[in-house]
Design a protein around this ligand. Structure first.
Ligand SMILES: [Zn+2]
Ligand SMILES: [Zn+2]
Length: 435
């Protein structure tokens, strides 16, 4: 349902519905939700620790008939955007306090509650910085600068360095001084980058791009150097999350998987986490409980227990015949002829990595300790060896019922903000599962 201003009354934020066992329909469950924007999506949201909600969205030109707010913004067929601040009133409902028009659709945002500095990235490559008044009822434009040639994809404000890091559709990573607005440096990435994280202590920046790789750069005041690249995804990197305490980087991808890169462990361990049926869109980490929250285009919110020790998935072995029953695979003409047998298709057991035929790997099992929360192909002997205890899930699954594009987790209250392609922002009380 599309709303005209003022927005509908808000239901109270309610506990996160949990799907029984593995994935399935959530059992109802109310959420605090608001409809945002008339056309075009919500591209960023931020929830502060007392429940103030910041939102950047975009308006795509459409026929203005029947649409009340913002219709004047569409004059001339130009796409425009707005930034809104929603305050939670005494009634417990969210009402907009500020509605700020932007010259171009908002594509991303970053907010620092200490300085009340709000950085907004726009479709036209501009970054605009605002300061919000103490009561959040006024926002003042401090400066705007052309950071990119085209859409700003990610913004990260680093208070300690007074830096604004950003990536753009122009395949550039850049960083600016947030005080002067001056460009300090840049680096050309192999594709547009949706993942951006920074380690304050070592000044390493992690840039995950559409080509599937994560580039690690060391930043100096006005220069940067390439440290290394991580390649492990078969699809583009869609989200990054850095845990500076354990020194672990999580990357989410359009290949549906998450990889945990254990940098602190110094053994080159990379663990795969399989718990989504569609693109992983966003990652957040709850440091105090060591839980990873991943959200996907499938609407799934998965809460991973990262205290569990997981194993790497094995390399797939190559063989010309089944490593269980010795039947030849279909390209093994010699053995097929010699033993007068028909060649079989090759499969691989996800647990031991052996090349096996379909008959010897007819069973399926989840292997949570290897990151497989869904059932995968295993050989018959591995199936027997996996105990019920080992099959116990190490993650919980929840259905947000919208295609999540952006997430912000407020660790102080345990609230999660999700915004979706349906133009709805939902607030979730995560404390029943993240505690
Ligand atoms: Zn076999
Ligand atoms: Zn096996």
């Amino acid at each position: 349902m599309l709303m005209s201003a003022p927005p509908p009354p808000e239901p109270e934020c309610a506990a996160l519905p949990r799907t029984a066992g593995s994935r399935g329909e959530a059992g109802g469950g109310r959420t605090g939700r608001k409809e945002a924007g008339e056309e075009g999506g919500v591209s960023g949201g931020y929830l502060d620790s007392v429940g103030r909600l910041l939102e950047g969205d975009q308006h795509v030109p459409v026929s203005p008939a029947g649409r009340v707010p913002g219709s004047e913004l569409r004059r001339g067929g130009q796409s425009k955007g707005t930034v809104r601040v929603w305050l939670k009133r005494d009634s417990g409902q969210y009402w907009p306090s500020i509605y700020h028009a932007m010259p171009s659709p908002c594509s991303c945002m970053s907010f620092n509650p200490e300085t009340r500095r709000l950085s907004i990235g726009l479709d036209n490559g501009t970054i605009s910085e605002f300061i919000l008044s103490e009561d959040y009822n006024k926002m003042t434009l401090v400066k705007s600068y052309q950071a990119h040639q085209s859409r700003v994809i990610m913004i990260l404000f680093v208070l300690e360095m007074e830096w604004v890091l950003s990536t753009g559709q122009d395949k550039h990573f850049t960083w600016h001084c947030s005080e002067s607005g001056q460009r300090l440096g840049g680096y050309r990435t192999s594709a547009g980058a949706c993942g951006l994280q920074f380690d304050v202590e070592t000044r390493h920046v992690f840039v995950g791009d559409h080509s599937g790789q994560v580039t690690i750069l060391k930043l100096e005041q006005e220069s940067c150097s390439l440290v290394t690249t991580f390649k492990g995804h078969t699809g583009g990197v869609t989200a990054l999350c850095w845990d500076p305490i354990q020194r672990v980087l999580f990357s989410g991808s359009s290949d549906h998987s998450i990889i945990m890169w254990d940098i602190g462990g110094r053994k080159g361990t990379a663990i795969e986490l399989q718990g989504h049926n569609d693109k992983v869109q966003s990652l957040s980490y709850a440091h105090h409980t060591r839980q990873l929250i991943s959200c996907g285009a499938d609407g799934g919110i998965v809460v991973w227990n990262m205290d569990v020790e997981r194993q790497e998935t094995p390399e797939w072995l190559d063989s010309d015949s089944c490593q269980k029953c010795d039947q030849p695979f279909f390209w093994n003409f010699k053995q097929m002829w010699d033993s007068k047998k028909i060649g079989l298709r090759q499969h691989h057991c996800r647990k031991c990595g052996k090349a096996v035929c379909g008959k010897c790997s007819s069973k399926r099992s989840s292997i949570p300790l290897m990151g497989f929360e869904f059932e995968v192909r295993v050989c018959d002997s591995c199936h027997e060896s996996i105990t019920d205890e080992e099959r116990a899930p190490t993650a919980t699954f929840h259905d947000s019922k919208h295609n999540i594009v952006h997430v912000h987790f407020d660790a102080t209250r345990g609230w999660l903000l999700t915004s979706g392609t349906d133009k709805v922002i939902k607030l979730w009380d995560m404390t029943p599962v993240v505690s």
